[in-house]
Design a binder for this molecule. Structure first.
Ligand SMILES: Nc1ncnc2c1ncn2[C@@H]1O[C@H](COP(=O)(O)OP(=O)(O)OP(=O)(O)O)[C@@H](O)[C@H]1O
Length: 493
């Protein structure tokens, strides 16, 4: 490769080019720090546009700033950089480069390391204080091993403060979140499936200071379960080591949470609510676990081919009724630049959960709502975020904090070939535009199943009673860490 001496070219040969210098930042009183550190006769470290350029013996390699976990300098001026190095099977593992400055200068090393960390973290909080919850029974039961092998080394290299606890029984995540010291941590990271994040949000919701706790505590997932939608959407991966890196670099992001009112209960949902084919496929195929993810496809096909219908009466508060309105709402948000800071006001410690604007399922239907019979309903599926499972971007227009759920309704009596086309369209990202897929943005609804004694209702992937329920969205009530600060890591519309 020919090395040029161009000013901004990250691949320039620093030994032959004049050192590029950043103007001093008078406001912060930073010394004049060069982009490039000479660390040997034929070696240098340069701050490029998006990456650290390591030149050694005329060979260059670049380490994206996103992958830089930490950097340190010693009194003698040596510099040590820890980063997440790509490894097999789309994963990363920590690696180190360590160099001595040509001329020991600990002030220069300190200032350069500070600049490197600024580039590496941007507005993301460094050295996050993380409460790690590990569900030893999540997924195939490998969460403890996965944590120690793939996750902990990344978090430790990034100098995160870690407090690790295993969940010991069902509902333990609720208890832990309900009683935790929210000022001692920045993040609760769940080494689990989607079940523990669901529990954590519900535990935070039970506190006297629910609004503050849900605002303060970012809930993240280190994917170790059978359903890992939270990580797919916010970390952009279901690989545990890459998810750890995404959490290290994640930006605080407001997330809508919905209240579900059923019987005399009120609880929070962060992911989805489904009645009909998706709920039944998810929950009634446990005995086919040996099939792996094929169990969903199989369960789906059987019900599609039988043209199963799930009649219900439904009342909806619609926010965007047509696909063009939904698309335009999505594009307006997606065109904004990444959100660097969480600009929501911090709720006081005496603020609990928001009041229900539309009452509970036991209250009369609000006066402006209308129950509409859906006698041929096949699929009622409300989603808060895009991916429901790998390759299943069911809600491509979803926005984490638009105050809406994306609601999909499909009739159960559509022709079989159309139904199969629908299934394939989810994987091909053409689902949204299918004519027979009704897709709206809604802020509240009530659904009452009819003419069925038993059946399946899934809230965030967990089975609840087969009874009427009502849902209302609370805009930006919860907090996650995401890569963009405002969107899911999914192809939009
Ligand atoms: N030590 C434990 N023993 C039994 N159950 C537990 C334990 N810790 C957590 N759980 C329960 O495990 C359930 C599932 O958790 P999680 O989402 O992590 O795993 P999963 O494999 O994705 O789930 P699923 O079994 O729903 O597919 C949660 O309801 C949680 O309460």
């Amino acid at each position: 490769m020919t090395l040029s001496a161009g000013g901004d070219d990250p691949f320039r040969d620093p030994s032959s080019a004049p050192r590029a210098r950043q103007p001093p930042d008078d406001a912060r009183g930073e010394p004049d720090v060069p982009d490039t550190l000479a660390v040997g006769r034929h070696a240098s470290l340069s701050l490029g546009t998006d990456a650290l350029i390591v030149l050694e013996d005329k060979a260059t390699r670049s380490i994206p700033f996103f992958n830089i976990l930490w950097a340190d300098h010693g009194d003698d001026g040596d510099v040590t950089i820890q980063y997440a190095q790509p490894a097999a099977k789309k994963s990363v593992r920590p690696a180190i480069v360590s160099y001595k400055l040509d001329k020991p200068d600990s002030r220069l090393a300190e200032a350069w390391v500070a600049r490197l960390l600024d580039r590496a973290y941007g507005p993301s909080q460094r050295q996050k204080r993380i409460k790690v919850l590990i569900n030893p029974f999540g997924g195939q039961g490998g969460a403890v091993k996965t944590y120690h092998k793939s996750v902990a080394p990344i978090l430790a290299a990034a100098r995160c403060e870690l407090d690790v606890q295993k969940t010991e029984h069902q509902g333990h995540g609720i208890e832990i979140a309900q009683n935790m010291d929210i000022d001692a941590y920045d993040v609760v990271a769940c080494c689990s499936g989607d079940g523990i994040p669901h529990e954590v949000w519900n535990g935070l919701a039970k506190r006297q200071d629910a609004a503050r706790a849900l605002h303060k505590m970012a809930v993240a997932q280190l994917p170790c379960g059978s359903g890992n939608a939270a990580s797919l959407n916010f970390n952009g991966t279901d690989n545990p080591s890459l998810a750890a890196l995404a959490i290290v670099k994640g930006l605080r992001t407001p997330l809508d949470l919905s209240s579900v009112s059923q019987g005399n209960d009120r609880f929070l949902s962060f992911l989805s609510q489904s009645v009909g084919i998706v709920a039944e496929t998810d929950l009634a195929t446990e005995h086919l676990r040996w099939m792996g993810s094929a169990r969903f496809t199989w369960g789906f096909l059987v019900r599609l081919i039988n043209k199963t219908v799930y009649p219900a009466d439904i009342a909806i508060q619609v926010e965007h009724a047509t696909k063009s309105a939904v698309r335009s709402a999505y594009r307006t948000e997606a065109s904004k630049s990444p959100r660097a800071f969480d600009d929501r006001p911090v709720p006081s410690s005496s603020t609990g959960l928001p009041e229900l604007k539309h009452g509970t399922i036991n209250d009369p239907l609000p006066p402006d709502w209308h129950l509409v019979p859906h006698s041929h309903l096949g699929n009622f599926y409300a989603g808060n975020i895009a991916y429901m499972s790998p390759g299943a971007n069911f809600f491509p227009a979803s926005l984490p904090s638009d105050g809406c759920l994306d609601l999909v309704r499909i009739r159960g009596d559509i022709p079989r070939h159309t139904a199969i086309k629908t299934l394939l369209a989810v994987e091909n990202n053409t689902f949204f535009d299918l004519e027979h897929v009704d897709y709206q943005k809604v802020c509240a609804y009530r659904i009452i199943p009819r003419h069925q004694k038993t059946g399946y209702i899934s809230i965030d992937g967990e089975r609840v009673a087969f009874e009427p329920f009502q849902v209302e969205v609370h805009r930006g009530l919860g907090t996650v860490l995401s890569r963009s600060g405002r969107l899911c890591e999914a192809k939009g519309v």
